[in-house]
Design a protein around this ligand. Structure first.
Ligand code: FES
Length: 196
């Protein structure tokens, strides 16, 4: 597949891989639930029943609600153990969450979606940079992009690779909602996280 220039949406500033790793190192201790700071991280990927909280931006640490998501936009989140209130490993449990028109979601993604919302691992399968934004031009438009080397994933079709050097799709995280409309993991990631 050919690499084409892609442009990220201006939602967030893209960190370098080094700064991302640094961010990952501190994010776990920074996640809050109901104002409480979780002092330690639970070093594991997301598990069924985990809450999903914003990993950056002004809502960092708050649980993601379906009603707060804009169609066609992405947010970056990570899983939190609901019992201990500890965040899971910020990298292994990191997800890019995208709200789509339900009619756009292909059969391959429908079983893991809830109310038009899908979630995939945010660890690019090429070299592990964060794939957490939606492109705004070219082949990346409306798709999940990794700006390190231009990999493009289709959020409507189980994050299949549309372009760039990524060797395989992003694994999905099955979703459900609780009574408050908050996003909850309905299972574990459907495949291996990150590069081989
Ligand atoms: S790490 Fe994502 S394209 Fe290379």
């Amino acid at each position: 597949m050919t690499e084409k220039p892609i442009t990220a949406s201006p939602m967030t500033e893209m960190p370098s891989r080094r700064s991302f790793i640094k961010l990952v190192a501190v994010t776990g201790a920074a996640v809050t639930l109901g104002g409480r700071v979780a002092a330690q991280t639970a070093s594991s990927p997301a598990k069924s029943g985990d809450l999903l909280v914003y990993q950056d931006g002004p809502q960092k640490g708050q649980v993601v609600k379906v009603a707060d998501l804009k169609e066609g936009a992405a947010v970056w989140a990570q899983a939190v153990d609901p019992a201990t209130k500890k965040p899971r490993d910020a990298m292994k449990s990191g997800v890019v969450i995208v709200r789509l028109k339900p009619s756009e979601i292909k059969a391959s993604s429908q079983k893991n979606a809830v109310n038009g919302v899908v979630a995939y691992s945010s660890v690019c399968t090429h070299q592990g940079c964060p794939a957490k934004e939606i492109g705004s031009i070219g082949q990346g438009k409306g798709n999940i992009i990794c700006t390190c080397h231009g990999s493009i994933y289709d959020p409507r079709d189980n994050a299949t690779v549309l372009g760039g050097p990524a060797p395989r799709r992003l694994p999905a995280l099955p979703l459900k909602t609780d009574a408050a409309g908050e996003l909850v993991a309905a299972g574990e990631f459907t495949g291996k996280i990150g590069p081989k």
